[in-house]
Design a protein around this ligand. Structure first.
Ligand code: FAD
Length: 418
Protein backbone atom coordinates (compact mmCIF):
# COMPACT_ATOMS: atom_id res chain seq x y z
CA UNK A 1 0.00 0.00 0.00
CA UNK A 2 1.72 3.12 -1.20
CA UNK A 3 2.12 5.92 1.31
CA UNK A 4 1.30 9.47 0.26
CA UNK A 5 2.66 12.38 2.27
CA UNK A 6 0.54 15.49 1.86
CA UNK A 7 1.43 19.15 2.05
CA UNK A 8 1.62 20.89 5.46
CA UNK A 9 -1.17 23.43 5.88
CA UNK A 10 -1.15 23.61 9.66
CA UNK A 11 0.12 26.79 11.33
CA UNK A 12 3.78 26.26 12.29
CA UNK A 13 3.33 27.37 15.89
CA UNK A 14 0.37 25.03 16.40
CA UNK A 15 2.28 22.15 14.80
CA UNK A 16 5.09 22.73 17.26
CA UNK A 17 2.68 22.82 20.21
CA UNK A 18 0.88 19.57 19.33
CA UNK A 19 4.08 17.56 19.09
CA UNK A 20 4.23 14.40 21.19
CA UNK A 21 6.44 15.94 23.85
CA UNK A 22 3.78 18.57 24.58
CA UNK A 23 0.98 16.02 24.52
CA UNK A 24 2.90 13.96 27.10
CA UNK A 25 3.27 17.07 29.30
CA UNK A 26 -0.49 17.58 29.38
CA UNK A 27 -1.15 13.83 29.74
CA UNK A 28 1.17 13.65 32.76
CA UNK A 29 -0.75 16.37 34.54
CA UNK A 30 -3.96 14.37 34.16
CA UNK A 31 -2.23 11.13 35.22
CA UNK A 32 -0.30 12.46 38.20
CA UNK A 33 -3.14 12.15 40.77
CA UNK A 34 -4.21 8.75 39.47
CA UNK A 35 -0.97 6.78 39.87
CA UNK A 36 1.70 6.17 42.52
CA UNK A 37 5.05 7.99 42.67
CA UNK A 38 6.80 4.90 41.38
CA UNK A 39 4.38 4.51 38.48
CA UNK A 40 4.76 8.18 37.64
CA UNK A 41 8.56 7.91 37.61
CA UNK A 42 8.24 4.90 35.28
CA UNK A 43 5.94 6.86 32.96
CA UNK A 44 8.30 9.84 32.73
CA UNK A 45 11.30 7.63 32.01
CA UNK A 46 9.35 5.70 29.38
CA UNK A 47 8.19 8.89 27.65
CA UNK A 48 11.77 10.22 27.54
CA UNK A 49 12.89 6.98 25.90
CA UNK A 50 10.07 7.05 23.36
CA UNK A 51 10.75 10.69 22.45
CA UNK A 52 14.50 10.23 22.12
CA UNK A 53 14.82 6.74 20.65
CA UNK A 54 11.56 5.87 18.88
CA UNK A 55 9.94 9.07 17.62
CA UNK A 56 12.85 10.17 15.39
CA UNK A 57 12.73 6.76 13.68
CA UNK A 58 8.99 6.80 12.90
CA UNK A 59 8.45 6.76 9.16
CA UNK A 60 4.83 6.49 8.01
CA UNK A 61 6.03 5.05 4.71
CA UNK A 62 7.44 2.03 6.55
CA UNK A 63 5.87 -0.80 8.53
CA UNK A 64 5.88 -0.47 12.30
CA UNK A 65 8.03 -3.60 12.72
CA UNK A 66 11.27 -1.68 12.18
CA UNK A 67 10.55 0.04 15.49
CA UNK A 68 10.24 -3.20 17.50
CA UNK A 69 14.00 -3.64 18.13
CA UNK A 70 14.14 -0.10 19.56
CA UNK A 71 11.31 -0.91 21.95
CA UNK A 72 13.03 -4.21 22.75
CA UNK A 73 16.31 -2.46 23.55
CA UNK A 74 14.55 -0.49 26.28
CA UNK A 75 12.71 -3.67 27.43
CA UNK A 76 9.46 -2.00 26.38
CA UNK A 77 7.87 -4.73 24.24
CA UNK A 78 5.67 -5.52 27.22
CA UNK A 79 5.51 -4.77 30.93
CA UNK A 80 3.07 -7.38 32.20
CA UNK A 81 5.61 -10.06 33.11
CA UNK A 82 9.09 -9.75 34.54
CA UNK A 83 11.73 -10.09 31.85
CA UNK A 84 15.44 -9.41 32.25
CA UNK A 85 16.36 -6.93 34.95
CA UNK A 86 13.18 -4.84 34.77
CA UNK A 87 12.02 -3.41 38.10
CA UNK A 88 8.59 -2.19 37.07
CA UNK A 89 6.15 -4.75 35.72
CA UNK A 90 2.55 -5.90 36.19
CA UNK A 91 -0.71 -4.99 34.48
CA UNK A 92 -0.77 -1.38 35.69
CA UNK A 93 2.69 -0.81 34.14
CA UNK A 94 1.54 -2.55 30.96
CA UNK A 95 -1.42 -0.16 30.82
CA UNK A 96 0.91 2.84 31.16
CA UNK A 97 3.13 1.42 28.43
CA UNK A 98 0.15 0.91 26.09
CA UNK A 99 -1.07 4.46 26.78
CA UNK A 100 2.32 6.11 26.18
CA UNK A 101 3.05 4.17 22.97
CA UNK A 102 -0.47 4.74 21.63
CA UNK A 103 -0.07 8.49 22.16
CA UNK A 104 3.17 8.32 20.18
CA UNK A 105 2.04 5.98 17.40
CA UNK A 106 -1.30 4.09 17.67
CA UNK A 107 -0.43 1.67 14.85
CA UNK A 108 2.84 0.73 16.52
CA UNK A 109 1.05 -0.09 19.74
CA UNK A 110 -1.55 -2.24 17.96
CA UNK A 111 1.22 -4.47 16.56
CA UNK A 112 3.31 -4.33 19.75
CA UNK A 113 0.42 -5.50 21.93
CA UNK A 114 0.04 -8.65 19.82
CA UNK A 115 3.72 -9.56 19.57
CA UNK A 116 4.96 -8.26 22.92
CA UNK A 117 2.04 -9.14 25.17
CA UNK A 118 -0.63 -11.42 23.70
CA UNK A 119 1.94 -13.73 22.11
CA UNK A 120 4.35 -13.84 25.06
CA UNK A 121 1.91 -14.03 27.99
CA UNK A 122 0.97 -17.72 27.48
CA UNK A 123 4.68 -18.57 27.21
CA UNK A 124 5.43 -16.72 30.45
CA UNK A 125 2.56 -18.50 32.19
CA UNK A 126 2.75 -22.00 30.73
CA UNK A 127 5.88 -22.38 28.55
CA UNK A 128 8.45 -24.74 29.99
CA UNK A 129 10.96 -25.84 27.36
CA UNK A 130 14.28 -24.11 26.65
CA UNK A 131 13.13 -23.59 23.08
CA UNK A 132 10.25 -21.48 24.36
CA UNK A 133 12.55 -19.43 26.56
CA UNK A 134 14.68 -18.68 23.48
CA UNK A 135 11.60 -17.68 21.51
CA UNK A 136 10.52 -15.41 24.35
CA UNK A 137 13.90 -13.67 24.42
CA UNK A 138 13.91 -13.19 20.66
CA UNK A 139 10.41 -11.70 20.56
CA UNK A 140 10.94 -9.43 23.55
CA UNK A 141 14.17 -8.13 22.01
CA UNK A 142 11.95 -6.95 19.15
CA UNK A 143 14.17 -8.77 16.64
CA UNK A 144 11.52 -11.43 16.00
CA UNK A 145 7.75 -11.07 15.69
CA UNK A 146 4.95 -13.10 17.28
CA UNK A 147 1.24 -13.49 16.52
CA UNK A 148 -1.79 -15.50 17.64
CA UNK A 149 -4.06 -17.60 15.48
CA UNK A 150 -7.53 -18.19 16.93
CA UNK A 151 -10.10 -16.79 14.48
CA UNK A 152 -11.15 -18.87 11.47
CA UNK A 153 -13.19 -18.07 8.39
CA UNK A 154 -16.33 -19.75 9.79
CA UNK A 155 -15.51 -19.47 13.51
CA UNK A 156 -15.20 -15.88 14.67
CA UNK A 157 -16.94 -15.03 17.93
CA UNK A 158 -17.70 -18.74 18.36
CA UNK A 159 -13.99 -19.49 18.57
CA UNK A 160 -14.41 -22.54 20.81
CA UNK A 161 -15.91 -24.62 18.03
CA UNK A 162 -12.82 -24.19 15.87
CA UNK A 163 -12.21 -26.50 12.93
CA UNK A 164 -8.41 -26.40 12.80
CA UNK A 165 -7.37 -30.02 13.28
CA UNK A 166 -4.62 -31.46 15.41
CA UNK A 167 -3.31 -34.96 14.77
CA UNK A 168 -1.56 -36.55 17.70
CA UNK A 169 1.65 -38.56 17.30
CA UNK A 170 4.11 -39.85 19.84
CA UNK A 171 6.70 -37.02 19.75
CA UNK A 172 4.88 -34.37 17.78
CA UNK A 173 1.49 -33.11 16.60
CA UNK A 174 0.46 -31.84 13.20
CA UNK A 175 -1.88 -28.92 12.55
CA UNK A 176 -4.09 -28.39 9.52
CA UNK A 177 -6.47 -25.50 8.96
CA UNK A 178 -6.94 -21.88 8.07
CA UNK A 179 -6.80 -18.94 10.50
CA UNK A 180 -7.69 -15.39 9.48
CA UNK A 181 -7.25 -11.87 10.83
CA UNK A 182 -3.84 -12.83 12.21
CA UNK A 183 -2.35 -9.50 13.31
CA UNK A 184 1.38 -9.44 12.39
CA UNK A 185 0.91 -12.87 10.71
CA UNK A 186 2.40 -12.05 7.29
CA UNK A 187 5.54 -10.69 8.98
CA UNK A 188 5.68 -13.06 11.95
CA UNK A 189 8.43 -15.49 12.89
CA UNK A 190 6.34 -17.32 15.50
CA UNK A 191 2.65 -18.27 15.57
CA UNK A 192 0.69 -19.43 18.59
CA UNK A 193 -1.94 -21.64 17.04
CA UNK A 194 -5.01 -23.29 18.58
CA UNK A 195 -6.52 -26.48 17.17
CA UNK A 196 -8.55 -29.47 18.32
CA UNK A 197 -8.11 -33.20 17.88
CA UNK A 198 -11.90 -33.73 17.99
CA UNK A 199 -14.17 -31.04 16.57
CA UNK A 200 -17.08 -32.53 18.52
CA UNK A 201 -15.29 -32.06 21.82
CA UNK A 202 -13.22 -28.87 21.46
CA UNK A 203 -13.00 -28.05 25.17
CA UNK A 204 -11.37 -31.34 26.06
CA UNK A 205 -9.17 -31.67 22.97
CA UNK A 206 -7.85 -28.17 22.29
CA UNK A 207 -4.09 -27.68 21.93
CA UNK A 208 -2.04 -24.50 22.05
CA UNK A 209 1.35 -24.65 20.34
CA UNK A 210 4.00 -22.56 18.62
CA UNK A 211 4.58 -22.89 14.88
CA UNK A 212 7.81 -21.43 13.56
CA UNK A 213 8.15 -19.64 10.23
CA UNK A 214 10.64 -22.25 8.98
CA UNK A 215 8.23 -25.19 9.54
CA UNK A 216 7.08 -26.89 6.32
CA UNK A 217 3.43 -26.42 5.38
CA UNK A 218 3.00 -22.87 6.73
CA UNK A 219 1.76 -20.12 4.41
CA UNK A 220 0.75 -16.54 5.15
CA UNK A 221 -1.05 -13.99 3.00
CA UNK A 222 -1.98 -10.42 3.74
CA UNK A 223 -5.55 -9.09 4.07
CA UNK A 224 -6.24 -5.55 2.87
CA UNK A 225 -7.10 -3.74 6.11
CA UNK A 226 -6.32 -0.27 4.89
CA UNK A 227 -7.08 1.53 8.12
CA UNK A 228 -3.72 0.40 9.53
CA UNK A 229 -1.40 0.32 6.51
CA UNK A 230 1.76 -0.15 8.58
CA UNK A 231 0.45 -3.28 10.34
CA UNK A 232 0.17 -6.57 8.45
CA UNK A 233 -2.98 -8.57 9.21
CA UNK A 234 -3.32 -11.85 7.41
CA UNK A 235 -4.56 -15.28 6.55
CA UNK A 236 -2.48 -18.11 8.00
CA UNK A 237 -2.64 -21.54 6.40
CA UNK A 238 -1.39 -24.67 8.13
CA UNK A 239 -1.03 -27.65 5.86
CA UNK A 240 -0.06 -30.66 8.00
CA UNK A 241 2.51 -28.56 9.83
CA UNK A 242 4.57 -30.76 12.15
CA UNK A 243 5.04 -29.23 15.63
CA UNK A 244 7.63 -30.85 17.92
CA UNK A 245 6.68 -31.68 21.50
CA UNK A 246 8.89 -28.84 22.84
CA UNK A 247 6.69 -26.29 21.09
CA UNK A 248 3.44 -27.39 22.75
CA UNK A 249 2.40 -24.80 25.34
CA UNK A 250 -0.94 -26.36 26.30
CA UNK A 251 -1.53 -30.05 25.61
CA UNK A 252 -4.87 -31.79 24.97
CA UNK A 253 -7.60 -29.81 26.78
CA UNK A 254 -5.14 -27.46 28.46
CA UNK A 255 -5.16 -25.35 25.29
CA UNK A 256 -8.79 -24.43 26.01
CA UNK A 257 -8.10 -23.32 29.60
CA UNK A 258 -5.07 -21.32 28.45
CA UNK A 259 -7.02 -19.66 25.65
CA UNK A 260 -9.78 -18.36 27.87
CA UNK A 261 -7.70 -17.29 30.85
CA UNK A 262 -5.36 -15.48 28.41
CA UNK A 263 -8.16 -13.35 27.00
CA UNK A 264 -8.31 -11.29 30.20
CA UNK A 265 -4.76 -9.98 29.70
CA UNK A 266 -5.55 -9.31 26.04
CA UNK A 267 -8.62 -7.24 26.87
CA UNK A 268 -6.83 -5.34 29.65
CA UNK A 269 -4.01 -4.24 27.41
CA UNK A 270 -6.50 -3.17 24.72
CA UNK A 271 -8.02 -1.00 27.46
CA UNK A 272 -4.58 0.67 27.81
CA UNK A 273 -4.26 1.22 24.05
CA UNK A 274 -7.81 2.61 23.88
CA UNK A 275 -7.07 5.06 26.68
CA UNK A 276 -3.87 6.13 24.90
CA UNK A 277 -5.76 6.83 21.67
CA UNK A 278 -8.37 8.77 23.66
CA UNK A 279 -5.76 10.93 25.43
CA UNK A 280 -3.90 11.59 22.18
CA UNK A 281 -7.14 12.78 20.57
CA UNK A 282 -8.45 14.82 23.46
CA UNK A 283 -5.15 16.59 24.22
CA UNK A 284 -4.53 17.35 20.54
CA UNK A 285 -7.97 18.99 20.35
CA UNK A 286 -7.38 20.85 23.61
CA UNK A 287 -4.06 22.33 22.45
CA UNK A 288 -5.22 23.01 18.90
CA UNK A 289 -8.41 24.84 19.87
CA UNK A 290 -6.54 26.96 22.43
CA UNK A 291 -4.29 28.25 19.63
CA UNK A 292 -6.51 28.30 16.56
CA UNK A 293 -8.40 31.55 16.00
CA UNK A 294 -11.61 32.20 14.11
CA UNK A 295 -13.83 35.29 14.33
CA UNK A 296 -10.84 36.95 16.08
CA UNK A 297 -11.08 34.53 19.01
CA UNK A 298 -9.39 31.33 20.15
CA UNK A 299 -11.98 28.75 19.14
CA UNK A 300 -11.80 27.14 22.62
CA UNK A 301 -13.54 30.29 23.91
CA UNK A 302 -16.70 29.18 22.15
CA UNK A 303 -18.60 26.99 24.57
CA UNK A 304 -19.72 24.83 21.65
CA UNK A 305 -16.05 23.85 21.39
CA UNK A 306 -14.92 23.82 25.02
CA UNK A 307 -17.97 21.97 26.41
CA UNK A 308 -17.61 18.85 24.26
CA UNK A 309 -13.90 18.79 25.18
CA UNK A 310 -14.78 19.14 28.87
CA UNK A 311 -17.38 16.37 28.57
CA UNK A 312 -14.88 14.01 26.95
CA UNK A 313 -12.20 14.93 29.50
CA UNK A 314 -14.55 14.09 32.38
CA UNK A 315 -15.46 10.75 30.83
CA UNK A 316 -11.85 9.98 29.99
CA UNK A 317 -10.58 10.61 33.50
CA UNK A 318 -13.30 8.25 34.79
CA UNK A 319 -12.41 5.63 32.16
CA UNK A 320 -8.72 5.92 33.04
CA UNK A 321 -9.49 5.28 36.70
CA UNK A 322 -11.51 2.24 35.62
CA UNK A 323 -8.72 1.08 33.31
CA UNK A 324 -6.10 1.36 36.03
CA UNK A 325 -8.41 -0.58 38.33
CA UNK A 326 -8.45 -3.45 35.81
CA UNK A 327 -4.67 -3.49 36.28
CA UNK A 328 -5.02 -3.93 40.04
CA UNK A 329 -7.78 -6.54 39.58
CA UNK A 330 -5.55 -8.53 37.22
CA UNK A 331 -3.08 -9.07 40.07
CA UNK A 332 -5.86 -10.59 42.19
CA UNK A 333 -6.75 -12.88 39.32
CA UNK A 334 -3.19 -14.22 39.23
CA UNK A 335 -3.16 -14.68 42.99
CA UNK A 336 -6.53 -16.52 43.01
CA UNK A 337 -6.75 -18.50 39.77
CA UNK A 338 -9.95 -20.30 40.87
CA UNK A 339 -12.88 -20.41 38.50
CA UNK A 340 -14.95 -17.73 40.25
CA UNK A 341 -12.06 -15.26 39.93
CA UNK A 342 -11.54 -16.11 36.29
CA UNK A 343 -15.22 -15.40 35.64
CA UNK A 344 -15.25 -12.24 37.74
CA UNK A 345 -12.11 -10.96 36.06
CA UNK A 346 -13.29 -11.91 32.58
CA UNK A 347 -16.44 -9.89 33.17
CA UNK A 348 -14.66 -6.93 34.72
CA UNK A 349 -12.17 -6.74 31.85
CA UNK A 350 -14.96 -7.09 29.26
CA UNK A 351 -16.92 -4.23 30.82
CA UNK A 352 -13.82 -2.02 30.91
CA UNK A 353 -12.99 -2.91 27.31
CA UNK A 354 -16.46 -1.94 26.09
CA UNK A 355 -16.30 1.42 27.88
CA UNK A 356 -12.72 2.31 26.89
CA UNK A 357 -12.72 1.15 23.27
CA UNK A 358 -16.03 2.90 22.56
CA UNK A 359 -14.74 6.04 24.24
CA UNK A 360 -11.55 5.89 22.14
CA UNK A 361 -13.59 6.00 18.98
CA UNK A 362 -15.79 8.80 20.27
CA UNK A 363 -12.80 10.86 21.47
CA UNK A 364 -10.95 10.42 18.17
CA UNK A 365 -13.99 11.11 16.01
CA UNK A 366 -15.15 14.10 18.06
CA UNK A 367 -11.62 15.54 18.31
CA UNK A 368 -11.36 15.38 14.54
CA UNK A 369 -14.57 17.36 14.16
CA UNK A 370 -13.65 19.77 16.94
CA UNK A 371 -10.36 20.62 15.15
CA UNK A 372 -11.94 20.87 11.69
CA UNK A 373 -10.44 20.19 8.26
CA UNK A 374 -6.79 19.97 9.21
CA UNK A 375 -7.58 16.97 11.43
CA UNK A 376 -8.49 14.96 8.32
CA UNK A 377 -5.02 15.49 6.86
CA UNK A 378 -1.75 13.89 7.93
CA UNK A 379 -0.73 17.15 9.64
CA UNK A 380 -2.23 15.85 12.88
CA UNK A 381 -2.34 12.29 14.25
CA UNK A 382 -6.13 12.31 14.59
CA UNK A 383 -6.95 10.34 11.45
CA UNK A 384 -4.59 7.56 12.61
CA UNK A 385 -6.31 7.66 16.00
CA UNK A 386 -9.78 7.29 14.41
CA UNK A 387 -8.66 4.34 12.30
CA UNK A 388 -7.01 2.44 15.15
CA UNK A 389 -9.89 3.14 17.55
CA UNK A 390 -12.31 1.41 15.14
CA UNK A 391 -10.25 -1.76 15.32
CA UNK A 392 -9.92 -1.62 19.09
CA UNK A 393 -13.61 -2.33 19.41
CA UNK A 394 -13.43 -5.55 17.37
CA UNK A 395 -10.06 -7.04 18.35
CA UNK A 396 -10.04 -9.22 21.44
CA UNK A 397 -13.75 -9.97 20.84
CA UNK A 398 -16.43 -7.69 19.43
CA UNK A 399 -18.54 -5.27 21.46
CA UNK A 400 -21.46 -7.73 21.47
CA UNK A 401 -19.36 -10.59 22.75
CA UNK A 402 -18.12 -8.47 25.66
CA UNK A 403 -21.75 -7.53 26.39
CA UNK A 404 -22.75 -11.19 26.13
CA UNK A 405 -20.17 -12.08 28.82
CA UNK A 406 -21.25 -9.23 31.08
CA UNK A 407 -24.97 -9.96 30.65
CA UNK A 408 -24.52 -13.64 31.59
CA UNK A 409 -22.63 -12.84 34.76
CA UNK A 410 -24.78 -9.96 36.01
CA UNK A 411 -27.84 -12.19 35.62
CA UNK A 412 -26.34 -14.48 38.30
CA UNK A 413 -26.39 -11.64 40.81
CA UNK A 414 -30.19 -12.01 40.85
CA UNK A 415 -29.75 -15.41 42.53
CA UNK A 416 -29.00 -13.54 45.74
CA UNK A 417 -32.35 -11.73 45.99
CA UNK A 418 -35.32 -13.20 47.90
C1 FAD B 1 -8.01 -5.74 12.63
C2 FAD B 1 -8.31 -7.05 13.25
C3 FAD B 1 -7.31 -7.73 13.92
C4 FAD B 1 -7.56 -8.99 14.47
N1 FAD B 1 -6.52 -9.69 15.03
C5 FAD B 1 -6.71 -10.99 15.36
C6 FAD B 1 -5.60 -11.82 15.73
O1 FAD B 1 -4.46 -11.36 15.82
N2 FAD B 1 -5.82 -13.14 15.96
C7 FAD B 1 -7.06 -13.70 15.88
O2 FAD B 1 -7.19 -14.89 16.11
N3 FAD B 1 -8.15 -12.93 15.55
C8 FAD B 1 -7.99 -11.61 15.26
N4 FAD B 1 -9.06 -10.82 14.89
C9 FAD B 1 -10.37 -11.43 14.82
C10 FAD B 1 -11.37 -10.84 15.78
O3 FAD B 1 -11.10 -11.25 17.09
C11 FAD B 1 -12.74 -11.30 15.25
O4 FAD B 1 -13.01 -10.46 14.16
C12 FAD B 1 -13.82 -11.27 16.25
O5 FAD B 1 -13.59 -12.23 17.23
C13 FAD B 1 -15.20 -11.50 15.64
O6 FAD B 1 -15.27 -12.55 14.74
P1 FAD B 1 -15.88 -12.30 13.29
O7 FAD B 1 -15.20 -11.15 12.70
O8 FAD B 1 -15.86 -13.58 12.53
O9 FAD B 1 -17.39 -11.88 13.53
P2 FAD B 1 -18.65 -12.85 13.79
O10 FAD B 1 -18.39 -13.75 14.92
O11 FAD B 1 -19.08 -13.45 12.49
O12 FAD B 1 -19.73 -11.80 14.25
C14 FAD B 1 -20.48 -10.98 13.34
C15 FAD B 1 -21.37 -10.06 14.16
O13 FAD B 1 -22.29 -10.84 14.94
C16 FAD B 1 -22.16 -10.50 16.33
N5 FAD B 1 -22.35 -11.71 17.15
C17 FAD B 1 -21.78 -12.92 16.99
N6 FAD B 1 -22.18 -13.75 17.95
C18 FAD B 1 -23.00 -13.04 18.76
C19 FAD B 1 -23.73 -13.33 19.95
N7 FAD B 1 -23.70 -14.53 20.54
N8 FAD B 1 -24.47 -12.34 20.51
C20 FAD B 1 -24.52 -11.10 19.96
N9 FAD B 1 -23.86 -10.77 18.83
C21 FAD B 1 -23.11 -11.73 18.24
C22 FAD B 1 -20.75 -9.95 16.47
O14 FAD B 1 -20.63 -9.10 17.59
C23 FAD B 1 -20.55 -9.22 15.16
O15 FAD B 1 -21.13 -7.93 15.27
C24 FAD B 1 -8.85 -9.55 14.37
C25 FAD B 1 -9.87 -8.85 13.72
C26 FAD B 1 -9.61 -7.62 13.15
C27 FAD B 1 -10.71 -6.92 12.42
Amino acid sequence: MEYFKGVEIIDKEIKNKVRTEQVYKVFNQFMRPLISNEEYAFLEKLEKYLLKEVEPKIDYAKDVYELFPILGKGNYMQRLNKHGDMKHYGMRYELLLAMAISILDPELDLARVVSGLIFTNPIFLHGKSDRMKNILNEVLSGEKIGCICITEREQGSDAVNMKTMIEEHEDFITVTGEKIFTTNGPRADYFIVYGVSDVNDPRKTMYQAIVERKFDGLETNRLAINSVPRVHIGQTLFNSVKIPYNNIIGGRGQGYANLFSGLVAERDTIVGSSLGVSWLSLITALIYTNLREQFKMKVYKFQAVSFPIATLASELVAATVLGLRTGSEYRKFLEHPEFKFIRYNATFSSGAKIVCSRLAHRCAYEAQHICGGVAFTDNLKLEKAVQVSKLQEVIGGTRNIQLFLVSNVIKNILKNID
